[in-house]
Design a protein around this ligand. Structure first.
Ligand code: XMP
Length: 516
C-alpha cells in the first residue's frame, strides 16, 4: 500500500484515486502525521503531494523526517519534490513567473522512474507532455540526486536518487493532461515500490463483507436507502454480508423523479430480496413545505421532515443497534480537512445526512475508504443495475430545490414529466454519460403560448446540463441544437402546462449547478 502525504493541494485526492486505479490501496494523511503512525501504516512507497505554500517560507509544511529513513521509495510531486529537495540539502527558489498549464519536458539521462516512458523521441531528444502548476521550483538538487528532466523555464523538472529510490517531479503525473502520467505512477507504485494490484472490486467486496460481519455480529442494522449510488451500494453490500439482519427505510418525500420510488422497490425488494420499508410521506412533506419559498428554508424543512419520518419508522423496529451510512472517502477527507483547517479548498456542501446524534446506534460505514468510482465498480460487481450505479447525482432535497420558490404537487408532477423526457433523450443520443449532471428546473412564471387559435399562459422550464469533474466548478454542456430542439418539442407538445423551454448557459462560478 501507498501512503500519500497531503500538503493541501486540490490534486491530492486525484493522486489517491490514480493509485487505486492502478489496483493498489492508498490513503491520504496530513503532512504532520506522526512518525509512529507512519511506521504503523507500513507503506511500501510514499508520495509527497503538492501544496499551495512555499518551501522558501520558514514555517511552511515539511515532510516528517522518518519518510526518508524508512528505506521505501519516495516520490515528491510539485511541492512534495520541493520539500524533498530542501530537506535533503538542496535549494528551492521562487521563480518570477508562475507556470500553469501544458508543457513539454525533455527527459535527460537514464533513471528508474522515467526510463522508456516517452511521448516523442526524435533528433531533438526525448519529450514528455506534462501539466505544470507552480511558482517555486528546485534550483539546486541535494547530493546524490541527478537530473531526470528539464524545460527552458524549469531546469530541474524531475530529479532522482536511484540508489535511495527518492524521486521528484515538478509536473503533475496525476492529471490526465500529463499523457504518460498514469504510466509514471504505475512505474513508481508497481515496479519501484513493488505493490501488487490486489485492490480489485471483488477483493474489496470480500474484505468489506468480512469486516461488516465482524463489526455487527448477529446485530440488526438499519439503513436509510435513498436510491442514490452510495446508499444503494451499501444496501447491496450489507445484504450480501448479513442478509436479513438488514432493514432499509426508503422515504418517498414526493420530490423524487418519475418512477424513482417504484424502481428502488423493484431493484432491492423484488429483485434482490432486501427488506425495504417504503414510507410514503408525500403529503407530509408537501404540507410542511406549503408557503415556504426560501431555498435554505426549504432544505431545512425537507431535512427535518426526513428525520421525523425516518425516526418514526426506526422506532417501530425492535432491537436495532446499528445504523448504516453511505459515507465515502471524500466525505471523510473533507470533514477532516475542515476540522484541522488544513485544506485550502473546502467544499461547504451537503450530504450532511443529518441524523440526530441521539439515535443511540453504532455507525456502520463500509464505504468510508472508497472513492466514488470504486463505489460504482463494487456496485456493478454486486449486481446493481448499471443505470442506477452510473446515474447523475441527485440532491437530497430532490425536486424541492428544482422547483423555484414554493413547492406544489402540480409543479412537481409537471417537472417529473419534463425531466423524464430530457433524460430519455439524453440516453438515446448518447449524451447522458458525456455530461456529469443534467436535469430540468421548474420556473413558476407564466409565459404566452399559442394553442390552436388561442393564446395560453403556461409555465416555463429550463434545461440544465453541465460538465464538471468536482462539481465545484462546471461548464454548461454544449449539447447539440438538434437534441435541445427535440427535447423542447417533446416537452411543449406532450406536457400540458408548459409553453416554453429555455436552455441554461451559465457556468459555475458564478452560477451554481442547481438553480437554488
Ligand atoms: P451547486 O448547485 O451548489 O451544486 O453548484 C453542486 C452539487 O451539489 C448538489 N447539491 C446538493 N446535494 N443537498 C445535496 O445532497 C443539497 O441541498 C444540494 N444542493 C446542491 C448539486 O446537485 C450538485 O451536484
Amino acid at each position: 500500500k501507498i501512503l500519500i502525504l497531503d500538503f493541501g493541494s486540490q490534486y491530492t485526492q486525484l493522486i489517491a484515486r490514480r493509485v487505486r486505479e492502478i489496483g493498489v490501496y492508498s490513503e491520504i494523511h496530513a503532512f504532520d502525521m506522526s512518525a509512529e503512525d507512519i511506521r504503523a501504516f507500513a507503506p511500501q512507497g510514499i508520495i509527497l503531494a503538492g501544496g499551495p505554500e512555499s518551501v522558501t517560507g520558514s514555517d511552511t509544511p515539511r515532510a516528517p523526517g522518518v519518510v526518508f529513513e524508512m528505506g521505501v521509495p519516495v516520490l515528491g510531486i510539485c511541492y512534495g519534490m520541493q520539500t524533498m529537495a530542501e530537506q535533503l540539502g538542496g535549494k528551492v527558489a521562487t521563480s518570477n513567473h508562475r507556470e500553469f498549464g501544458y508543457a513539454e519536458v525533455q527527459v535527460v539521462g537514464d533513471g528508474q522512474l522515467l526510463d522508456g516512458i516517452v511521448d516523442r523521441d526524435d533528433s531533438t531528444g526525448r519529450w514528455l507532455d506534462v501539466w505544470m502548476s507552480h511558482g517555486d521550483q528546485v534550483s539546486a538538487m541535494p547530493e546524490g540526486f541527478k537530473l531526470m528532466a528539464q524545460t527552458e523555464t524549469c531546469p530541474i523538472a524531475a530529479m532522482a536518487d536511484d540508489e535511495r529510490q527518492f524521486y521528484g517531479v515538478q509536473f503533475h503525473p496525476e492529471v490526465t493532461h500529463t499523457l504518460k502520467g498514469q504510466e509514471i505512477l504505475e512505474r513508481f507504485i508497481r515496479t519501484l515500490s513493488g505493490c501488487d494490484a490486489l485492490w480489485t472490486a471483488e477483493n474489496i467486496i470480500d474484505d468489506l463483507v468480512v469486516r461488516v460481519r465482524e463489526q455487527v455480529g448477529s446485530g440488526k442494522v438499519l439503513l436509510g436507502l435513498s436510491g442514490g449510488v452510495d446508499s444503494s451500494v451499501v444496501a447491496a453490500l450489507l445484504h450480501k454480508a448479513i442478509g436479513d439482519q438488514l432493514t432499509c427505510v426508503f422515504v418517498d418525500n414526493g420530490l423524487l423523479r418519475k418512477n424513482e420510488g417504484d424502481q428502488v422497490m423493484a431493484t432491492f425488494a423484488q429483485n434482490m430480496g432486501v427488506k425495504v420499508i417504503r414510507a410514503d410521506a408525500e403529503d407530509l412533506f408537501l404540507g410542511k413545505l406549503k408557503g415556504i419559498s426560501d431555498p435554505e428554508e426549504k432544505r431545512k424543512v425537507i431535512g427535518h421532515t426526513f428525520i421525523e419520518v425516518f425516526d418514526a419508522e426506526a422506532t417501530k423496529l425492535k432491537d436495532v443497534h446499528f445504523l448504516a451510512q453511505g459515507t465515502i472517502y471524500p466525505d471523510v477527507i473533507e470533514s477532516a480537512a475542515a476540522k484541522t483547517g488544513k485544506a485550502h479548498v473546502i467544499k461547504s456542501h451537503h450530504n450532511v445526512g443529518g441524523l440526530p446524534d441521539d439515535m443511540a446506534m453504532e455507525l456502520v460505514e463500509p464505504l468510508r475508504e472508497l472513492f466514488k468510482d470504486e463505489v460504482r465498480r463494487i456496485g456493478v460487481a454486486l449486481g446493481l443495475p448499471h443505470d442506477m450505479v452510473y446515474r447523475h447525482p441527485f440532491p437530497g432535497p430532490g425536486l424541492g430545490v428544482r422547483i423555484l420558490g414554493e413547492v406544489k404537487k402540480e409543479y412537481a408532477d409537471i417537472l417529473r414529466e419534463a425531466d423524464a423526457i430530457f433524460m430519455e433523450e439524453l440516453y438515446k443520443s448518447g449524451w447522458y454519460h458525456k455530461v456529469n449532471q443534467a436535469f430540468v428546473v421548474f420556473l413558476p412564471v407564466k409565459s404566452v403560448g399559442v394553442v390552436g387559435d388561442g393564446r395560453r399562459y403556461e409555465w416555463v422550464v429550463a434545461l440544465r446540463a453541465v460538465e464538471t469533474i468536482d462539481f465545484m466548478t462546471a461548464r454548461w454542456a454544449h449539447l447539440p441544437y438538434e437534441l435541445i430542439e427535440r427535447v423542447s418539442n417533446r416537452i411543449i407538445n406532450s406536457i400540458e402546462g408548459i409553453s416554453r423551454v429555455a436552455y441554461d448557459v451559465s457556468s459555475k462560478p458564478p452560477a451554481t449547478i442547481e438553480w437554488e
